[in-house]
Design a protein around this ligand. Sequence first.
Ligand SMILES: Nc1ncnc2c1ncn2[C@@H]1O[C@H](COP(=O)(O)OP(=O)(O)O)[C@@H](O)[C@H]1O
Ligand SMILES: [Mg+2]
Length: 311
Amino acid sequence: MMDPLDRINVAGDSTYVIMRECTDRGHATWMCTPDALFTLDGRCFVNATPVRTTAAAPHFHTEDPVQLELGDFDVVWMRKDPPFDMAYIFTTYLLDMAPDHTLVVNGSTGLKQFNEKMWVQLEWPQFQPPTLITNSIRRLGDFVRGRREKTVLKPWDGNGGRGVLITTADDANLPSMCELLTEEGTQYVIAQGYLDKVVDGDKRILLFDGEVLGGMLRVPNDFDHRANMHAGAGVERCELDARDLEICAALKPHLKKWDMIFVGIDIIDGHLTEVNVTSPTGIQEMNFLYDLHLEGNLVDCVEAKLQEKNA
Ligand SMILES: Nc1ncnc2c1ncn2[C@@H]1O[C@H](COP(=O)(O)OP(=O)(O)O)[C@@H](O)[C@H]1O
Ligand SMILES: [Mg+2]
């Protein structure tokens, strides 16, 4: 389950290398977009396109779509990119209909239960910077003006750095920013203490079935404060410190419980800001930085999980 093949940038996409790994291992693979799913009398079906994925162009070799049932697959990879909107959530309801012997990665129940930014607020507030989430323009303004340091404002459902703004108590744009981001007080917005060490990087750590695979720093460029690769940030090697490992250890039982098998978390200066579960990326960048083949580790992990499930 993914975005259309012609939108996949093979130079950086994690889904592409996972698909390639599956083809290389001799696994039959299919692709579809969310609109290919339907349910009839309690069973979920899909119009799926058989695809072989190769290193050489044209990369994706497809055949005519066939109608299959979710239970015909060993694994369903939910790799549709955000937005995390009602259409996305509805897809997770359909994926919930996969029978017990089919493994859905990441688990569809958890995908709808937890939001990438709200999950931190809900479960691990001790690892966050000071954080207010509200749709009240007045409350946002009061929070920012009550702080001596800078504050970040961001949409609760953003990704790739979309809409992330920095502001201060004396910012003449503040009221206007709050109106815009809340869409006149109707949309929830996150106001969060600005962590100034972000200039040295926002750490992305990859976890497969709760185990830490490694991390990298995403470092903002000179023209944009945001440390998202989408916003032109560069990537660097880094070590994981005791605090990073403490955060990962706290997350592990939750990730395992909800079948969150491929997860990327964001840590800025020892603070957890996001648990990316919808369609995390970073495999190709980490492979490049550390000379790894992480898609192999991930597929190993999924194969083991499937065996465990059906033992
Ligand atoms: N509390 C913060 N302090 C400093 N910078 C932040 C903070 N929150 C977000 N940012 C900046 O915005 C970027 C994106 O924020 P994030 O919360 O991870 O949302 P997204 O889902 O858009 O990636 C971060 O990489 C960082 O550069
Ligand atoms: Mg992020």
